[in-house]
Design a protein around this ligand. Structure first.
Ligand code: GLU
Length: 294
């Protein structure tokens, strides 16, 4: 296998519970893209939101990845340790006027249609402001390697983006942009639930003078009726003790041919075979649901 130090990919789970099948698809997909390009594959634990975190979940997620043979090339990063970097980026944005303090409450915003275009009042005593990124009107388009062209009008449809919450926690949108750049990530492969977040991340990269990676948004694992996850294989935690069925199902969901993988054996052998025959062009925007339900 050739090596290509110019490719750096990552899998970035939030430690809100055990890895489920949908996260395995993102982990395997990002690993296959990176490894086939001869690049490096990293793992970043996005532990920014303590109220939503499950104690011990990060460790379990890393153990599950290892049980599946998905071992990162560098020590995992933890976003909980990255506050200084986020603060520095926020200072840059405040100094340039791209970011501003916002005292709007949730109910005020909801009354205004849920999209923040301007502040609805001034500072309120005793309440910390959120910090938001000002976004422009106009279309921002990018090309996704799986989903194709995607366009969004940030000013009209998204509104000014929270960078630091009023409760003091860092927002995902800021942290992901700062860390992808700091880790030198060149290619982002993740679930299509984040397609909608990508234009605001690209806008933020531009305001911070950071490079924009390439994007490939993997199909979302959905139930037969189109809901994101139900009580199906898709939502079940994957079994560290028996990786083969879930690996084979994730492979099939990514549109790859079942016959290319051995029916049993250690996950490392499955992954080797997977790398030999992985064809990114076979991944469809919706995924091959039959391979999961079968
Ligand atoms: N931590 C995010 C999640 O678990 C993913 C972030 C990303 O891949 O950009 O949904």
């Amino acid at each position: 296998m050739t090596t290509n130090p110019a490719y750096r990919g990552r899998f970035a789970p939030s430690p809100t519970g055990p890895l489920h099948f949908g996260s395995l698809v993102a982990a395997l997909g990002s690993w296959l893209f990176a490894r086939q390009a001869g690049g490096r594959w990293l793992v970043r634990i996005e532990d920014l939101d303590p109220p939503r975190e499950v104690p011990g979940a990060a460790g379990r997620q890393l153990a599950t990845l290892a049980a599946f043979g998905l071992v990162p090339d560098e020590a995992p990063w933890f976003q909980s340790a990255r506050g200084e970097a986020y603060a520095a980026a926020l200072d840059t944005l405040l100094a340039s006027g791209d970011a501003f303090a916002c005292h709007c409450s949730r109910s005020e915003l909801e009354a205004a249609g849920g999209v923040h275009r301007r502040c609805l009042g001034g500072p309120r005593p005793g309440r910390e402001p959120a910090i938001r990124l000002r976004v422009p009107e106009g279309r921002l388009a990018f090309h996704d390697r799986i989903q194709g062209e995607f366009t969004q009008d940030l000013g009209r449809d998204v509104g000014d983006v929270v960078l630091r919450r009023a409760d003091g926690y860092w927002a995902y949108q800021l942290a992901v942009v700062v860390d992808d750049a700091a880790q030198g990530i060149t290619d982002i492969v993740r679930g299509a639930d984040l397609l909608d977040s990508t234009p605001r991340q690209i806008h933020l990269q531009r305001r911070l003078g950071l490079p924009t990676p390439t994007y490939a948004h993997l199909p979302l694992v959905r139930d037969a009726d189109g809901r994101k996850l139900g009580k199906s294989l898709a939502s079940l935690p994957v079994d560290d003790a028996d990786p083969t069925p879930a690996l084979r199902a994730a492979w099939g969901f990514l549109g790859q041919e079942a016959r290319c993988l051995p029916a049993s054996g250690p996950p490392a052998r499955l992954l080797e075979a997977a790398l030999r025959s992985f064809d990114a062009r076979r991944i469809t925007p919706e995924g091959n649901r039959a391979a999961v339900q079968g």
